[in-house]
Design a protein around this ligand. Structure first.
Ligand code: FRU
Length: 479
């Protein structure tokens, strides 16, 4: 029977546009109790078109209030990706503490950087009369996505812009957000060059919760990611205010997410407590225009808290779910000491289309070759998240009919070593996506999945032997 993709209902935890198209997060900044989320937006159709900056705010990273569109195309071009800063010292002259957006004005074959500002907490915006503020010496087709931050050095501070230019990231510096000088470029010979480099993100992250910090340069790439097509790679290293240097051998390629749908991530500047929290466009350029849609298309990932951790292979990014996500949900239901015989054992749980499962897999006590969870389970199948003991891999599988935009069923594997015979998994299901976190956030797989309504079931499975689940907790949101 042919499968008719349904128009998805809105997820509860993931940001979606009110109507029309959404791609990259832009201008993520925290100001006066509000997390601002701007985003690439085309309000007039369900496909990418002349870009605007949509806008929403949240006090808790979960509930979003939609605000009017912040920036719309003008005579200099359409409004591509960029960032926003709080100009505390009024360096640009827009006013003390003005919110300044730095974005790309795009025309085919010609990309330049421009400014807009708001002095009323982002409610209204004006364009700078002096736009553009940064143009390349000769017109460039790929010269975009400025990521601006304040760098405080020993001899004072300055603004830094990381900008994607073809297959490198260029760094510029400025005293006032207006006059930009090229400082250095990074990229040649480093990481994956299978596609165009886009949307740089430059972050200063703590290592293992201690005083040590290192710089991370994240770069989205249009092709060549492990799950196919677009994805987000990152480099760990140092940044001295002008130059980024990677601490890794140039051939090293690290991907932030082993799933298919994580792109153009950006972190909030000035988040309280110095927290580094980012989210991404939960999509893939390979099929973003073809996902099931109704009146809106495109979602963000859930926000994730970032840090670095060190192991024998060096420093890795870790991404963890922020406590805010389930903070107001009822206490989770806990189950312990389950042994599952070969087959599938449904859990007598409420289940649902939005839920978080934390499961510990007792690998040393399991004879099963493969074991794990079925989520989104129902008459039409399930999404499988589990561990393959023979291969030593964490895997996620989803039938192709639930990803009608993709040519093949989803079958992702990532090598993962259990710790003391145990593997802890967090699986977040939210109507049209499954995000898997393992190894305390070292491995993340983010995927859109579009099961029909009525697929909120939850089950444990074991293949080729018994499976032990010493601990399971299931959170479901209140009404
Ligand atoms: C990344 C990207 C950016 C660009 C924007 C246009 O997804 O291609 O490089 O600014 O989307 O919408």
């Amino acid at each position: 029977m042919p499968y008719a993709p349904y128009a998805p209902t809105r997820p509860r935890l993931h940001f979606t546009p009110l109507e029309g198209w959404l791609n990259d997060p832009n201008g993520l900044v925290f100001l006066d109790g509000e997390y601002h989320l701007f985003y690439q937006h085309y309000p007039h159709a369900l496909v990418w078109g002349p870009m605007h900056w949509g806008h929403a705010v949240s006090c808790d990273l979960v509930h979003w209030e939609h605000l009017p569109i912040a920036l719309s195309p003008d005579e200099l071009g359409t409004i591509y990706s960029g960032s926003a800063v709080v100009d505390g010292a009024n360096s640009a002259g827009f006013g003390d503490g003005a919110l300044v957006a730095i974005f790309t004005h795009h025309r085919p074959g010609d990309e330049v950087q421009s400014l807009a500002f708001s002095t009323d907490k982002g409610r209204t915006w004006a364009l700078d009369a002096a736009n553009p503020v940064l143009v390349p010496p000769t017109p460039l087709a790929d010269f975009r996505d400025p990521r601006v931050l304040w760098f405080e050095g020993p001899g004072g501070g300055h603004w830094v812009m990381a900008l994607a230019a073809g297959q490198e990231i260029r760094f510029y510096t400025s005293p006032d957000l207006r006059r930009w000088s090229w400082a250095s470029s990074f990229g040649a010979g480093h990481g994956s060059h299978a596609g165009t480099w886009e949307c740089p993100e430059l972050l200063f992250l703590p290592v293992d919760g201690g005083p040590e910090h290192r710089w991370v340069l994240a770069v989205s790439v249009t092709r060549g990611a492990p799950a196919g097509s677009s994805g987000l790679q990152y480099f760990v290293g140092d940044f001295d205010g002008e130059r980024f240097s990677s601490s890794e051998p140039p051939a090293t390629v690290r991907w932030a997410d082993a799933g298919a749908d994580f792109y153009a991530a950006q972190a909030w500047q000035h988040a309280p407590g110095g927290r580094k929290i980012w989210l991404a466009w939960m999509n893939n350029w390979a099929y973003a225009r073809e996902t099931p849609a109704s009146t809106w298309r495109g979602m963000m990932s859930v926000p994730r808290e970032l840090a670095l951790t060190r192991d024998a292979a060096g420093l890795h990014l870790v991404q963890r779910l922020p406590a805010e996500l389930t903070a107001t949900w009822p206490t989770p239901r806990r189950l312990g000491g389950l042994i599952v015989a070969p087959g599938v054992r449904p859990l007598a749980e409420p289940g649902g289309e939005t839920l978080l499962i934390e499961a510990t897999l007792g690998l040393d006590d399991s004879t099963a070759r493969r074991l794990g969870l079925h989520v989104c389970a129902g008459p039409d199948g399930a999404v499988t998240v589990g561990y393959d003991q023979t291969a030593g891999t964490l895997f996620v599988e989803c039938p192709q009919r639930w990803r009608p935009m993709a040519p093949e069923a989803l079958a992702q594997q990532v090598p993962l070593r259990p710790e003391e015979g145990l593997l802890r998994l967090q699986v977040l299901v939210d109507t049209a996506s499954v995000e898997v976190f393992a190894g305390d956030g070292r491995v993340v797989l983010t995927n859109q999945v579009f099961p029909h309504p009525g697929h909120g079931g939850l089950a444990l499975f074991a293949e080729g032997g018994n499976a032990a689940f010493p601990d399971i907790a299931v959170w479901v949101p209140g009404a």
